[in-house]
Design a protein around this ligand. Structure first.
Ligand code: AVI
Length: 319
């Protein structure tokens, strides 16, 4: 067992404490900021599912197109007999496309949210009757001890969605190194990375006309009010998505439309009109910046696929 893999953080008390700590720390900063992972409570996770079906939000469709069309090339590059270790619970669309393409030895989804994990594992096992499925409830930001049953198999890490882009480079590099430690020598990694493009297209993807992404962002303020006894006037906040060219990322903020004051867990805060709470980064990559990030994370990129419109990339890398 790995000493870093403590279950203490996963109990609901631990999660509540961590949420409270992150929110209070974040609101005390000159540029208020709350880590994006707190966007995903049950309501936020459902809103994110809705986002993936929006016209403006191209990444899910673009990545799925690659997985659908390039199966034969994945099979050739990756080869059969690998245990596929997915970082996150897996999507009902993308994961089966990969598994159909490459004839894996086993499937090991890793996720901190046990309920989602078990549901996804059950669905998958039903679709692939002969495939051993071993869900592991764990925080993949730390090294995970994989099940004994896959010890002898070479591994393929799968990290789709450009979720790596939600981390600042320092965190992303740490995660890539941790993945390498989790997967072991001889492993490969198939990772989705969204590409830099026209800022108008990027901003629309994060500020859709139907306002679903706005609700996804505002839900964080509602969650704070609900879970941390907050009094944030949600109607005084506006969703903003803006391209930050220096850091090649779309940023989501909640902007005060008037001077606001409120309390969270008994502590007082104020936002002047126009001031924001920074709630998410979604980094976009060039071929070179993607390769540089992977190399810094101790992975060697060996092959890259893009969708037909050149919007999104899936990169295969070797340990
Ligand atoms: C999960 N992640 C890759 C999404 C993204 O595109 O950065 C989260 C998201 N935020 C707003 N829309 C989608």
């Amino acid at each position: 067992a790995d000493p870093g893999l403590s279950l203490v953080d996963f109990d609901s008390d631990g999660v509540d404490r961590a949420f409270r700590g992150d929110v209070l720390d974040g609101l005390r900063q000159p540029q208020k900021a709350i880590p994006a992972r707190w966007l995903y409570d049950d309501a936020g996770s459902e809103l994110f599912e809705d986002i993936t079906r929006l016209d403006e939000y191209y990444p899910t469709r673009a990545e799925t197109e690659i997985l659908r069309q390039r199966g034969a090339e994945f099979a050739q590059e990756i080869g059969p007999g690998r245990a596929v270790v997915e970082f996150g619970s897996g999507s009902s669309v993308k994961t089966p496309l990969l598994l159909e393409a490459i004839a894996p030895a086993a499937y090991v989804p890793l996720d901190i949210a046990g309920d989602f994990l078990r549901a996804a594992a059950r669905d998958l096992a039903a679709k692939f009757p002969g495939l051993p499925v071993h869900p592991v409830e764990a925080d993949f930001m730390r090294k995970v001890a994989l099940p004994d049953a896959v010890e002898g198999d070479p591994k393929l890490g799968f990290f789709p969605g450009s979720t790596i882009g939600n981390m600042v480079p320092r965190t992303a590099v740490n995660l890539l190194r941790t993945m390498r430690a989790t997967l072991g020598p001889d492993s490969k990694l198939l990772i989705g990375m969204d590409l830099i493009k026209d800022p108008a297209v990027l901003e629309a993807a994060y500020d859709d006309a139907a306002g679903v992404t706005a609700q996804f962002n505002l839900n964080l303020a509602r969650r704070i009010n609900r879970e941390l006894d907050g009094t944030i006037p949600v109607d005084g906040l506006r969703h903003v998505a803006r391209w930050n060219d220096d850091f090649a990322r779309v940023e989501m903020h909640l902007e005060a439309q008037r001077d606001l004051s409120f309390t969270v867990a008994g502590e007082s805060f104020a936002l002047a009109q126009g001031e924001t709470i920074h709630t998410e980064n979604s980094h976009k990559f060039s071929r070179r910046s993607a390769n540089a990030l992977l190399l810094a994370g101790e992975w060697t990129p060996v092959r890259r696929w893009k969708d037909s419109q050149g919007r999104f990339s899936l990169i295969l890398a070797e340990a």
